[in-house]
Design a protein around this ligand. Structure first.
Ligand SMILES: [Zn+2]
Length: 340
């Protein structure tokens, strides 16, 4: 009789499991037959009240049915789970067979590429690369560069002041002062770095930009040495045959001073869009170090002379990569940066 009852339960459970189409339903079936108050469990509980010789038989039969129902349940659960996974794939869920995400590797920033190339050239010419602080005393940024107290470059409208005496350096020239105070000639250095001016951001201006300063001090240094040095530099940077020309200019810390134009690297001097049909491109400022600057840095101007030059690195990079706006360097647009 117990046998018939077990068969009935098994058949009934099998039908229920076959018809179930979700995991909740299967959970209910499991509770109904195998749960604490389930039909199989109650038979197992009643074994104790059966005749002694029948107990192992009933127990055994019941357990076998229990195992078969459990198997059916587990098979159906994994079948439904497979279907659910396939459904989620169809609805755009995770597909583990797709290739993994590609990790993007960075590239060197165009400013870094330009600076490294320029540094390499000067290193090959026997220069040392030195640095200095971006927060600078006005003494190094102005006074010792022969810039008087009433000079317009010191205006609050042009210079970022932290205190009356401390500024964000407006030029890398402050580094040459620091270097001369600590080192005796001969001196041959380039000093790249960030500088700061009060400026609105546009295609040619930025409140922060990069300069590279050069300084040579020795006995008998002349304007000819300056011209030769810059010619050698620009021939290395833009190729053999690059010409330079000096235009007279004024800087406080050099005398005489000049602005330097370079023959257009794009058209070779014939005139094109890059050089605005001029054939020449304005490239840097330079001059012979003012005797006042040498004296203030404890270098005897009667014994030593020297030259200095300073270039805007953004401008050099814009020329090198034919970039039309300085803003691109600072916006960190990945579409721009990926091109380098
Ligand atoms: Zn040109």
């Amino acid at each position: 009789m117990i046998n018939d009852r077990l068969k009935k339960i098994e058949t009934e459970a099998k039908t229920c499991i076959d018809q179930a189409d979700n995991l909740q339903e299967l959970e209910m079936i499991k509770i109904k037959y195998l749960g604490r108050k389930g039909e199989i469990t109650s038979i197992l509980r009643s074994v104790g009240s059966a005749d002694a010789e029948l107990r192992p038989v009933i127990g055994n039969l019941t357990n076998q049915v229990k195992i078969r129902i459990e198997e059916l349940l587990n098979q159906k659960i994994s079948m439904l789970e497979d279907h659910a996974f396939e459904d989620s794939l169809r609805q755009g869920g995770l597909d583990v067979t797709l290739p993994g995400k590609e990790f993007k590797t960075g590239t060197r920033h165009p400013m870094r590429i330009t600076l490294d190339e320029i540094k390499e050239i000067f290193l090959s010419m026997g220069f040392r690369v030195v640095g200095g602080p971006e927060i600078e005393w006005d003494v190094y940024n102005f006074d010792m560069l022969n810039i008087p107290k009433d000079h317009p470059a010191r205006n609050q409208g042009d210079t970022f002041y932290i205190t009356d005496r401390l500024t964000l350096r407006t030029q890398t020239s402050s580094i040459q002062v620091r270097h001369m105070l600590l080192h005796k000639p001969p001196i041959r250095i380039v000093a790249p770095g960030r500088v700061y001016r009060v400026d609105e951001m546009d295609s040619t201006h930025s409140p922060m930009f990069h300069q590279l300063e050069g300084l040579v001090i020795d006995k008998g240094v002349t304007l000819g040495n300056l011209k030769y040095t810059l010619e050698t530099f620009f021939n290395a940077l833009y190729g053999d045959g690059t010409k330079i020309r000096f235009r007279p200019h004024h800087f406080q810390f050099t005398e005489p001073s000049a602005e330097v134009d370079v023959s257009c690297f794009s058209c070779g001097g014939k005139g094109c869009g890059i050089c605005h049909q001029e054939g020449w491109i304005e490239s840097l400022g330079c001059g012979m170090v003012h005797p006042n600057v040498l004296s203030m840095c404890n270098i005897n101007p009667d014994e030593y002379s020297g030259f200095a030059f300073g270039m805007g690195l953004e401008r050099m990079a814009m020329h090198k990569f034919k970039i039309d706006s300085l803003k691109h360097f600072f916006e960190n647009d990945i579409r721009f940066l990926n091109q380098f």
